[in-house]
Design a protein around this ligand. Structure first.
Ligand code: SAM
Ligand code: ZN
Length: 373
């Protein structure tokens, strides 16, 4: 029998993943984290301290990569499981001087608040719905720094457990075809509300999902941008005709019934602003160091896909759902987008989920363009 390998290599890191939770296939999320931190370092300027909190560190792979590949100057790596502390310390010994701890992230963030310890980059790779952590995490991010948050509560964030969504997000979540995007927008909406309540603003840099984990990276700004609050809104999905529509909470009465006459199901409050900062993603893609490729091919594809879709307009549609309306096979996405663009509408592939798209064309135009194929 072949012995289980005791080490794992990713980027410039070589470490022992240990027996606990570790997923090699989450590499794109880790690659994105490293690039975001490099980007942040560039924004801050050389020779400035770059302080990172890896709050749910597992075996410490992220911390190790943040140190080796993004040259973080100070790393706090924490995982609540005390049995993993020796593994974490062993894996991070190469960095020399990382702060390793084994307390709950709740306790650690509270301690950081008490001593006014702030970080340039806070990475919370959480299980479940970590919304209770958000205000504490935002408090721990320096102005201009980044909060990189993951959640895995697919059931409530996608509207399959409505009462749990209400408890965890303070929002209505209704199942609909663009469920990954719904989950990301609800998560961003909750982050925005927390940030605003602290007097801060947010700038989403990156949002993506594989259907299991919902990941958002936001830059935390000293104050909200003008009219940022208008980006909090509601989204309606009409089960009868398949249309998705949305509106700012400030004008929620305007959403009304669907043009087909049916009542849409409503989700929100959620974030209706951009999901990606495409100019930043372009910079991330240029950030690999010559001679030491950092990105796995899947990570590069992910970033390229996201770079082509800033997430606006905020309502996406699903090709299979459109086919259901047409009572036929789905049109080719490329052809459909081309016809809409020829009609003068914005139309683009969604970077969030395969075979989804977004357009500012009214739904009747989309149906007509799809039928014309
Ligand atoms: C998704 S895993 C982290 C994986 C790691 N970031 C990676 O990229 O491989 C989540 C980790 O959170 C830890 N954890 C669970 N609840 C926690 C809490 N309340 N505070 C801190 N750590 C916690 C678990 O022990 C687990 O190792
Ligand atoms: Zn309708």
């Amino acid at each position: 029998m072949q012995a289980k390998p005791t080490h794992y290599c990713e980027g410039q890191a070589r470490l022992d993943p240990g027996p606990g939770f570790f997923r090699p296939d989450s590499r794109p999320a880790r690659d994105c984290g490293v690039l975001l931190l490099r980007w942040l370092a560039q924004q801050k300027g050389a020779a400035k301290p770059l302080v990172v909190l890896d709050g749910l560190a597992g075996c410490g792979i992220r911390s190790l990569r943040y140190g080796l590949e993004a040259h973080a100057t100070e790393i706090w790596a924490n995982d609540a499981d005390p049995d993993r502390l020796p593994l974490l310390q062993g894996n991070l010994s190469a960095l020399g001087g990382a702060h390793c701890s084994a307390i709950t992230i709740q306790k650690l963030l509270a301690q950081c608040a008490a001593i006014e310890q702030r970080f340039d980059f806070v990475d919370l790779d959480a299980f479940g719905a970590p919304m209770a952590l958000v205000p504490w995490a935002l408090e721990a991010v320096r102005f201009g720094g980044v909060l990189y948050l993951a959640s895995t509560d697919g059931r409530s964030f996608t509207g399959h457990d409505r009462t749990a969504a209400l408890r965890r997000l303070g929002a209505a979540a209704r199942a609909q075809p663009c469920s990954w995007e719904l989950a990301l927008r609800l998560q961003l909406g909750a982050i925005a509300r927390s940030a605003w309540s602290l007097g801060r603003g947010i700038r989403p840099l990156l949002s993506f999902s594989d259907g299991r984990t919902f990941r958002t990276a936001v830059q935390v700004l000293r104050s909200p941008a003008p009219a940022e609050e208008q980006l909090l809104g509601l989204q309606g999905y009409c089960h009868s005709c398949g249309s998705h529509r949305g509106v700012s909470l400030l004008r929620w009465r305007e959403l009304g019934a669907c043009s087909c006459g049916a009542e849409p199901v409503m989700s929100g409050p959620l974030w209706r602003g951009p999901l990606q900062e495409v100019a930043v993603l372009a910079q991330l893609l240029e950030m690999e160091e010559p001679g030491s490729p950092l990105l796995a091919p899947a990570s590069r594809r992910l970033l390229q896909r996201l770079q082509a879709d800033n997430g606006l307009p905020a309502e996406a549609s699903d090709l299979a759902d459109l086919a259901r309306q047409l009572q036929g096979g789905p049109p080719k996405l490329k052809d459909l987008l081309c016809r809409l663009q020829q009609g003068g509408w914005c139309a683009q592939t969604s970077g969030i989920a395969p075979e989804q798209f977004r357009t500012d064309a009214p739904w009747a135009e989309v149906l007509a363009a799809a039928k014309a194929g």
